[in-house]
Design a protein around this ligand. Structure first.
Ligand code: SF4
Length: 210
């Protein structure tokens, strides 16, 4: 935990325009709690994909209100309900997640995320601080202070600080995204295996553009 604080302080000290992306899952809320100690007005970017669980939106609003977050909601220029079904999940994730996020990130130089290495095999090589090239060609520093944390660490921090978590965890979900693309985990050893029916592990926003 001290390492996370050290990483946060170091990242913020060198930042002109930092931001945090949050899906309001457990690690995002824990990281937000840590960041509030240093920068209570930090922009918190939330991707409204138009396909979220109602519980996620209600929880987001409650946390944002209680903590007075500087919440910034991002949406696709032309949202399309059900695109995942009409075309593909890749097309839908690109329109509702990748494009609006990368367009917004062009205004920032430090991008804080709550990614953790043990969330998925696709995140096993995550570094705490790494350059990330946006489609525009700009490089931002992606900073993941919780990279080395386990799910247990996240839960312990939340318990210790009395942080209520998204109620969907109580129904057995271990990774929570859009409602049509989220199920209970298919593989108990992989918390993200309930995303996209196990057909893919990432929506695209954490995949480096070439
Ligand atoms: S997770 Fe599913 S519903 Fe959400 S943007 Fe991606 S394909 Fe669309």
């Amino acid at each position: 935990m001290n390492d996370a604080r050290h990483i946060i302080r170091h990242a913020l000290a060198g930042a002109q325009a930092p931001c945090l992306t949050s899906s309001f899952q457990a690690e995002c809320v824990v990281l937000t709690h840590l960041l509030r100690e240093e920068r209570p007005d930090l922009p918190v970017l939330f991707l409204d994909t138009c396909h979220h669980f109602a519980e996620t939106l209600a929880y987001r609003d409650e946390v944002a209100r209680t903590w007075g977050l500087n919440l910034i909601t991002l949406r696709a220029a032309e949202p399309r309900i059900g695109l995942w079904q009409a075309e593909s999940t890749d097309a839908c994730c690109t329109r509702h997640k990748v494009e609006p996020l990368f367009a917004a990130l062009d205004q920032y130089d430090v991008w804080l995320t709550a990614l953790r290495r043990d969330q998925s095999p696709s995140r096993a090589g995550l570094q705490e601080v790494e350059p990330f090239r946006l489609p525009s060609g700009r490089i931002v520093q992606r900073v993941s202070p919780l990279a080395a944390w386990t799910a247990r660490d996240v839960r312990a921090y939340a318990r210790e600080h009395g942080i209520p978590l998204l109620p969907l965890y109580g129904r057995g979900y271990t990774s929570i995204g859009c409602e049509p693309c989220t199920s209970l985990p298919l593989d108990p050893a992989n918390p993200r295996s309930g995303r996209w029916g196990g057909q893919k592990l990432e929506c695209g926003i954490h995949i480096q553009s070439s």
